[in-house]
Design a protein around this ligand. Structure first.
Ligand code: NAD
Length: 345
């Protein structure tokens, strides 16, 4: 078991990787707790939840709505959860995004912790304090940044994930390695079989490395004014692919990472060998190869990017495996690169 402490100027979050999730009771008060989960997690693990009231939402992105948060707040109130209470999220990124937001606004803020049950939420969504809901089709438009008191990342629960959900999370894990941890990248490349088989010991070790990296970035730049932007590697073009091709986040980010890698190579920032290694690992797990939006669609999508400032975007490039940098890049330059690639595939 590994404990990683994320400290920001205002808060501290304790992240436990690989401890049995049922030990969560040690981190909870004796009373005044409510659990929020989704129907799939409830069906698989609900019989082993701590003995507190459970409110379960419909699985999937459709639950990331302000109306769902409002309904849950009503249920907390009916159950008698007051300012001294605590909410425990048990689920993936959707559950932790909703619950973190609810905890931040209910009675102007109550205690919050989570058991993270998907690979994607363990390496990304549950760590770093971002939470929120969507506004119509626009993702994460309403939310806050507020650190959970604790997060338990439970690799033992990843075993029950459907294959596409597992691979989607794997893409974010590979992203962490590419932008910040070349040793983690080597471990992934050297043990692709263990990863495909979801070996629990291996998963605990690599999830802990990924969490340690994300925690270090968030500790330095909680509000994403600088360094934290590197976590968006692959996301500028990836979001456009996700929305136009309607594929899972991780697969879209993987295609976005491949394009950003090629762009970094085209600008002379990385070698052909590095480009080949990154493309190779993404293809090994069949994370890339999706259809790409046409040029007009891509321009329209990236013009609405949240990372846009005027006619430029803070685009994340690589300077090597394990080293990323952010550069304001003109939309026209990005589109020129995309046109060349799009015409050649
Ligand atoms: N806050 C952040 O920093 C951040 C970062 C990245 C992504 N996100 C958000 O996270 C969300 C995606 O998270 P996700 O991929 O975890 O999706 P998810 O929460 O929808 O979970 C994916 C599916 O797996 C099921 N599931 C969860 N745990 C399971 C388990 N152990 N076994 C079997 N099935 C299980 C869920 O019911 C769901 O159907 C998106 O809304 C995204 O915007 C947030």
């Amino acid at each position: 078991m590994e404990q990683i402490i994320l400290k920001t100027p205002a808060a501290r979050s304790d992240i436990y990787v690989g401890c049995p999730w049922k030990t969560v009771h040690k981190l909870l008060p004796r009373s005044g707790v409510a659990i929020i989960t989704d129907d799939n997690v409830m069906r698989l693990y609900g019989d082993r939840f701590p003995p507190f009231p459970v409110f379960s939402v419909t699985p999937g992105e459709g639950s990331k709505q302000i109306s769902v948060v409002e309904q849950l707040a009503g249920k907390l109130l009916d159950t008698g959860i007051d300012r001294s209470g605590m909410i425990l999220a048990i689920g993936g990124g959707v559950v932790s995004d909703i619950t973190g937001f609810l905890a931040a606004v209910y009675m102007r803020g109550i205690r919050f912790g989570s058991i993270s049950t998907t690979l994607l939420s363990q390496v990304d969504a549950s760590v770093g304090g971002k939470n929120g809901v969507n506004l119509g089709n626009v993702k994460n438009m309403i939310g806050t940044i507020r650190q959970p008191e604790f997060v338990i990342c439970a690799p033992s629960m990843v075993v029950s994930l459907p294959e596409d959900e597992y691979l989607s999370g794997l893409a974010e894990l590979i992203k962490t390695a590419i932008i910040g941890d070349s040793e983690l990248f080597d471990t992934i490349v050297q043990d692709t079989d263990g990863i495909a088989e979801r070996n629990e010991t291996l998963l605990s070790a690599i999830i802990a490395r990924a969490v340690r990296f994300k925690a270090s970035v968030v500790a330095e730049d909680e509000h994403e004014t600088g360094l934290r932007r590197i976590l968006n590697f692959g996301h500028t073009l990836g979001h456009a692919i996700e929305l136009t091709q309607k594929i899972k986040h991780g697969f879209a980010v993987a295609s976005g990472m491949e394009l950003a890698t090629w762009f970094s190579f085209a600008k002379g920032f990385i070698s052909e060998e590095e480009k080949g290694m990154i493309t190779g690992i993404l293809r090994h797990f069949r994370l890339t190869g999706t259809a790409m939006p046409c040029e007009d669609e891509m321009r329209r999508m990236i013009s609405h990017d949240k990372k846009k400032a005027g006619s430029s975007i803070n685009f994340v490039f690589l300077e090597g495996i394990g080293r990323a940098t952010v550069m304001a890049t003109g939309i026209d330059e990005i589109m020129e690169f995309y046109r060349n690639i799009h015409n050649s595939i």
